[in-house]
Design a protein around this ligand. Sequence first.
Ligand code: RB5
Length: 154
Amino acid sequence: MHIAIGNDHVALEMKKEICAWLKEKGIEITDVGTNSSERFNYPVSGYKVAKLVADKKVDAGVLICGTGVGISLAANKVRGIRACVCSDPYTARLSKQHNNTNIIAFGARVIGIETAKMIIEEWLNAEYEGGRHQARIDMIHEIEETQHLSAAEV
Ligand code: RB5
């Protein structure tokens, strides 16, 4: 398992703890930064992780900013990315089972380190269920590719 991880200045300490914990589990990490406490624009790390995931250079991505919102919004602009910001392990698990998320995001100002670990654990252990969920993901991709959704035509 190879995970790309990215963050902004707000989430630096949490990112370091998560990296150490993932390495202990034998997971390979590509850390795109930031590794500075200077102000850092979260779209940069959101984009870098999203590109690595979309180009299949890594298996999955983890993004952390203050709320997880901005960094996940940036990642979701990259074609093929399904990034979910969440604050609880249940949403994390369902986001993989139903939405086949390929990036998980959370906020260092919102949750604590133990919840963050539980979120990652649930997410990594969950499997996409396919079936009825695939048609919905296909619709999301249609919007992404065409800025149109044929199922929404009246
Ligand atoms: C930085 O102040 C903050 O805006 C950022 O960490 C994040 O919460 C944005 O969504």
